[in-house]
Design a protein around this ligand. Structure first.
Ligand code: CA
Length: 482
């Protein structure tokens, strides 16, 4: 078995040139060679415009094929390019994964009149007004697609809420009224703001059987049309977890357990993650938000951060089988909604902390690998990530021994397995140059270890009992192997 590695193949500020699917296809052989086994592709659906990153989704059945919202292609290219990129990834042994947005729909074709109550944005269970009529953007007819693939039309009663009254120009959080209407049950969505069912745009009502049926119809069409091998589920804390559990269970029953799914449950709270995983019967994995927050804190607080806490409360610690570990993503990069970018000095250590450990499926961020251009530019960490990917592919196997024993300097070793016999020792410091005595295996007695990352120039000889005294530079990371 070779270690699996996921890559998020986009960042927020990619150029709107319609060439990204082509870039991905061209890059596939290189990615495979680096040990990338799964690619999380950006959303492929027609959004509010060609510039939409993909989360303002308009039509799930338009993958860049129909003239809608002023464009045929999406930001990333045409449907044909998307299908080609998927086929090329598969030909290179990489599983292509689609980012799917089921929480909301944006940019409806027509307005409709219906009754709402306005709720308190900070407590959506608190109703502020008597019912009144608004004119909302809730009628989706997809005129440019002309009912090809699917003839469903969306109306106000398929949604729980919206945020704009076209009649008065008033904005607010408007909960749609009617039979069996209201937010998802409090136990099934995040409890921030009282009930966090509503995030943005027109919010899908998963209590409505026609909505559930349409999403099932769409998923069959989408998986069979594209051949994707998995999903990244957007914004799951805003979606009825009962629906999500059943939906993913049914998909994996139909398309096989290898159909890999993970969700964006953006909540660092331990209990909330425990509860959510239980609610969905551990049916899909979750991004490790707490680990990201710990990495962010460590990068910000520098030597004041106690590195012994780096995995505290993380999914990698609590639910290693369900954790997708990551350093940054399209929301945490600079200038974005959840901005919490790991500071540059700590990025190499952060990538060592996800790529060389036993727990979790690590995800490499496109913006870290290729750099980010523009107002929120960031340098590329491709060289160091390549080294860490080589180590992950060839060395990071077998028993893990932890030395998470010093506030400013921690380390661990991997002792190898039958197929990957080499050992490695990782050491990182957030303060002074330091060193640590670590065990790499008795069979390496007398062997000479060097720093694969090249940060330390000296060599370390392993003693008769299989231990080495491994150094690290100040605020740095080294990975020792032979
Ligand atoms: Ca929702």
């Amino acid at each position: 078995m070779v270690n699996e590695t996921l890559m998020q193949y986009f960042e927020w500020y990619l150029p709107n040139d319609g060439n990204h699917w082509k870039r991905l296809a061209d890059d596939a052989p290189h990615l495979a060679q680096k040990g990338i086994s799964k690619i999380w592709m950006p959303p492929a659906f027609k959004g509010t415009s060609s510039a939409d990153v993909g989360y303002g989704v308009y039509d799930l059945f338009d993958l860049g094929e129909f003239d809608q919202k002023g464009t045929v292609r999406t930001k990333y290219g045409s449907k044909e390019d998307y299908l080609k990129a998927i086929a090329t990834l598969k030909a290179n042994g990489i599983i292509p994964m689609a980012d799917i947005i089921l929480n909301h729909k944006a940019s409806a074709d027509h307005t409709e009149r219906f009754e709402v109550v306005e709720v308190d944005p900070t407590d959506r269970t608190k109703i502020l007004t008597d019912p009144f009529e608004i004119e909302g953007w809730t009628n989706f007819t997809f005129d440019g697609r002309q009912k090809i693939y699917n003839d469903f039309e969306w109306h106000w009663y398929h949604f729980t809420g919206t945020d704009f009254d076209a009649k008065t120009g008033q904005t607010g959080i408007f909960q749609i009224q009617g039979d069996n209407k209201g937010w998802a049950n409090n136990d099934l969505v995040d409890d921030e703001n009282g009930n966090y069912d509503y995030l943005m745009y027109a919010d899908l009502d998963f209590k409505h059987p026609e909505v559930v049926q349409n999403i099932y119809d769409w998923s069959d069409w989408f998986i069979q049309t594209t051949g994707v091998g998995g999903f990244r589920l957007d914004a799951v804390k805003h979606i009825d977890s009962f629906f999500m559990k059943n939906f993913i269970r049914d998909i994996t029953e139909k398309y096989g357990e290898d159909f890999y799914v993970f969700g964006e449950f953006w909540n660092g709270d331990e209990q909330a993650n425990d509860d959510y995983l239980e609610n969905i019967d551990y049916g899909f994995d979750l991004v490790d938000v707490k680990l990201h927050q710990n990495l962010f804190d460590a990068s910000r607080q520098s030597e004041a951060y106690d590195l012994r806490q780096i995995f505290d409360g993380s999914l990698a610690s609590n639910h290693p089988q369900s954790a997708v570990t990551f350093v940054d993503n399209h929301d945490t990069q600079r200038g974005q909604a959840l901005e919490s970018t790991i500071e540059e000095w700590f990025k190499p250590a952060a990538y060592a902390l996800i790529l060389l450990r036993e727990a979790g499926l690590p995800c490499v961020f496109y913006g870290d690998y290729y750099g980010i251009q523009g107002d929120f530019a960031q340098e590329s960490f491709q060289d160091i990530i390549n080294n860490l990917l080589d180590l992950r592919q060839n060395y990071a196997y077998g028993k893990q021994e932890d030395y998470l024993d010093d506030a400013n300097c921690i380390g661990w070793t991997r002792l190898g397995d039958d197929e990957h016999k080499k050992s490695l020792a990782v050491i990182l410091s957030n303060k002074n140059a330091s060193h640590k005595l670590m065990f790499v295996g008795k069979k390496w007695a007398g062997a000479i270890f060097t720093d694969y990352l090249g940060h330390c120039q000296e060599s370390v000889s392993i003693d008769q009992e299989g231990w080495g005294d491994f150094p690290v530079e100040a605020k740095s990371v080294s990975v020792w192997t032979c």
